[in-house]
Design a protein around this ligand. Structure first.
Ligand code: NAD
Length: 252
């Protein structure tokens, strides 16, 4: 059996983060689930994970989350940067505050969390950073300037962390999913249906799966399975890489 580790996972109230917490607990890892949404506490309780409430757009809250993990468990071995939001609007109208919020949550927070967990990982000579990026870290779509910029930036952060961590036993990798069946996407389906006067099935087939070779949405567990692998001992030679789970979107 693999050795239990201490993991800090962000964005755990629903979707991919919730699935990661569940899977880590099944593997026997100790988990601090971090989210600003109170509902994440019940989910964490149910999975047997600890919970820390934090708005990760606040840098001090990022540092406090890591301090809490170290206070409770003595170290952090695995960091999963997952919390994210979307805002769809053309650049011409994109609200500046939304830009800052998205870059803060999805690029600055992963940087500050990586920085804060680094001493613990370095001291133990073992660390795994898994960044949940997106197919939109590889390609763009109109209307998502802040999200796409943050996700492209997250790949750069991942590669830099991989180079700096190589001699210290710390790996860093990114996962780039296409549309996963989560509340983030369910809300977008509803919004796009209203916007285009389509029904929800048409939005899925004609918009979301337009570029997909495999014509279905991805399950959160399909992403958390890859997170578990990248966070394992077995993945020690894997670093600085970006793993597409994108239904073949970027194969064309
Ligand atoms: P989700 O909406 O189900 O979960 C996002 C989580 O982030 C929620 O628990 C939410 O409370 C939390 N969160 C939001 N703002 C926060 C803040 N300021 N501080 C702390 N927590 C905050 O979404 P999901 O689809 O599971 O997305 C998880 C990650 O996967 C995101 O980074 C997203 O960009 C990425 N992703 C999702 C998809 C998809 O299709 N669902 C595809 C590619 C990448």
């Amino acid at each position: 059996t693999p050795s239990p580790r201490v993991a800090l996972v962000t964005g755990t109230a629903s979707g991919i983060g919730e699935a990661v917490v569940r899977q880590f607990r099944e593997l026997g890892h100790q988990v601090l689930a971090v989210d600003f949404n109170e509902q994440a506490k019940e989910k964490a309780d149910a999975a047997g994970a600890a919970f820390f409430q934090a708005d990760l757009t606040d840098g001090d809250a990022c540092k406090a989350a890591v301090a809490e993990a170290i206070k409770r468990f003595g170290r952090v071995d695995i960091l999963v940067n997952n919390a994210g939001i979307q805002h769809v609007s053309p650049i011409e109208d994109f609200p500046e505050a939304k830009w800052h919020q998205i870059i803060g949550l999805m690029l600055t927070a992963p940087f500050l969390l990586s920085q804060s967990v680094w001493p613990s990982m370095r001291q133990n000579g073992w660390g795994r950073i898994v960044n949940i990026a997106s197919v939109h870290a590889q390609v763009a779509s109109p209307g998502k300037s802040a999200y796409i910029s943050a996700k492209h930036g997250l790949i750069g952060l991942t590669r830099t962390a991989a180079l700096e961590g190589g001699s210290q036993g710390i790996t860093a990798n990114a996962i780039c999913p296409a549309y996963v069946k989560t509340p983030l996407v369910e809300n977008q389906i509803a919004d796009q249906a209203r916007l285009h006067g389509m029904d929800e099935q048409e939005v899925i087939e004609q918009i979301m799966l337009k570029n997909a070779a495999v014509k279905r949405l991805i399950e959160p567990e399909e992403v958390s399975g890859l997170v578990a692998y990248l966070a394992s001992d077995a993945a020690g030679a894997v670093t600085g890489s970006s793993w597409n789970i994108d239904l073949g979107w970027t194969a064309q």
